[in-house]
Design a protein. Structure first.
Length: 454
């Protein structure tokens, strides 16, 4: 027994799994054309039938984020810690050995602790609930990763579409400035009119610069949401056309079954419920600790030629305290866990109601913007017919087209607002509304390790 104890103490702990330099090198080498990522996507396609990239859609980029994102690695490690805790909770106390040295007395006692009142089963239950909470937190992290990719991809779409509209407006405005300058030279226009149109052109060009900056920032946000460096997106075919059309989410679902499902079974709520169960089990452990454990100490003593066996039962006397302090702490932690669960449920309810109201308002705003755009298209068409008939000049048509560009910008903003509102509703319900969620392998398995091969 002594030899076993010495050998166990001599076991060397494993070294650190990573260093800053090594992890930085790994992060910088990540790319979307990684062969192991392709294997991961192929495995997911066998499950959901999604098309192979390119182009990179919301579904395939979400899978890439599940493959790369470090938040999922953190959630997996926390789950591993919680599951290791279940092994610790099931362990029984080791016996202890004591010796009495010669010359006058020689003997030894083996002390074994017998836990009473179901303390071990209570520890196992608490650890199991904490493992369930960590598993639900992993699901919540996977959803947040997908939500981050969706939001960044939407920002990139809006920036690119806005830049394209501004470029078109700048061309129309430049043509209008040239026409007004020609009219000024001919004496048919005043200098302030030309200056006003030239100032409008400068404002559009400044807006183009802002749109280019917003696009670069959106690309950086998308790379961060996936978990890759920005250069990993260089030259990639990103499919953004899915955002070109209204979403029209099912608001009835948000007010019916989807609402109730989110308020009772959303991943983060399941985690808080499991933590509440763990706190309740911990309270049970402290209540059981009012009853002392029993220690049996069978041993042998030899004294002056006489040997004797003895069994010395030992237990604590709950005289000075009955574990009331720890019971009070456990009760307070249980109540705090319950309060966190209720607070989260109230926050989810508020998110759903706010997102539903926002989606309705966004739908109305998009409908109004669409009506204004149709009216402006009719004005431009009427102005074009007047120019063709000689009843109007070209600057009037260009001015109408510039005005239509402004209306199109408003329509684009309204469409982006509708997608953002649908995304907020999607996050509140944790139900995909902007495209199907790919059926990826279980997030509990690290796909980079699974696809690494022998």
């Amino acid at each position: 027994m002594l030899a076993c104890a010495v050998l166990a103490a001599c076991a060397a702990p494993p070294g650190p799994p990573a260093s800053p330099d090594a992890s930085l090198s790994t992060l910088e080498q990540r790319r979307l054309d990684d062969p192991r990522l392709a294997e991961f996507l192929a495995a997911a396609r066998r499950l959901d039938g999604a098309p192979a990239p390119p182009p990179w859609t919301l579904a395939s980029l979400s899978l890439a984020a599940l493959y790369f994102h470090p938040d999922l690695d953190l959630a997996r490690s926390q789950l591993a810690v919680a599951r290791a805790g279940t092994v610790t909770a099931a362990e029984r106390p080791n016996p202890s050995v004591s010796f009495v040295p010669p010359p006058w007395l020689f003997g030894g006692v083996v002390s074994a602790v017998i836990e009473t009142a179901g303390k071990r089963s209570g520890r196992i239950a608490a650890a199991d609930r904490l493992a369930q909470a960590a598993r639900a937190d992993l699901d919540a992290a996977a959803w947040q990763v997908r939500a981050g990719v969706r939001a960044a991809l939407l920002d990139l779409w809006a920036a690119r579409r806005r830049g394209a509209l501004l470029a078109e407006r700048a061309g129309r405005q430049a043509a209008l400035v040239a026409e007004m300058q020609r009219r000024l030279s001919a004496g048919d226009a005043a200098a302030p009119e030309v200056a006003r149109e030239r100032m409008a052109l400068d404002q559009v060009r400044l807006a183009e610069s802002d749109a280019a900056r917003a696009e670069a920032e959106a690309v950086a946000r998308l790379a961060r949401a996936i978990g890759v460096p920005v250069r990993a997106l260089d030259g990639q075919n990103l499919a953004l056309d899915a955002f070109d059309h209204p979403v029209a989410p099912d608001l009835g679902r948000a007010e019916g079954a989807g609402r109730r499902a989110a308020l009772t079974g959303r991943a983060d709520l399941r985690a808080r419920l499991a933590e509440l169960d763990a706190a309740q089990a911990a309270l049970g452990i402290e209540l059981a600790n009012r009853f002392p454990n029993l220690t049996l100490g069978p041993g042998y003593n030899w004294y002056q030629g006489v040997g004797a066996f003895a069994v010395a039962p030992t237990f604590e006397l709950p005289i000075l305290n009955q574990n009331q302090g720890r019971i009070g702490e456990a009760l307070a932690r249980r109540d705090a866990a319950a309060a966190r669960m209720v607070a989260l449920q109230a926050r989810i309810l508020g998110e759903i109601e706010q997102a539903t109201a926002g989606a309705r308002a966004a739908e109305r705003g998009l409908a109004d913007a669409s009506a204004l755009l149709r009216e402006q298209d009719e004005r431009v068409a009427a102005q074009a017919r007047a120019v063709a008939a000689g009843a109007a000049d070209r600057p009037a048509l260009l001015a109408a087209e510039v005005e239509r560009g402004l209306v199109r910008q408003g329509w684009l903003d309204a469409l982006a607002g509708e997608h953002q509102a649908a995304g907020a509703l999607e996050d509140a319900l944790q139900v995909p509304l902007l495209g199907p969620a790919s059926t990826a392998p279980d997030p509990e398995t690290n796909p980079r390790a699974a696809m690494a091969g022998p």
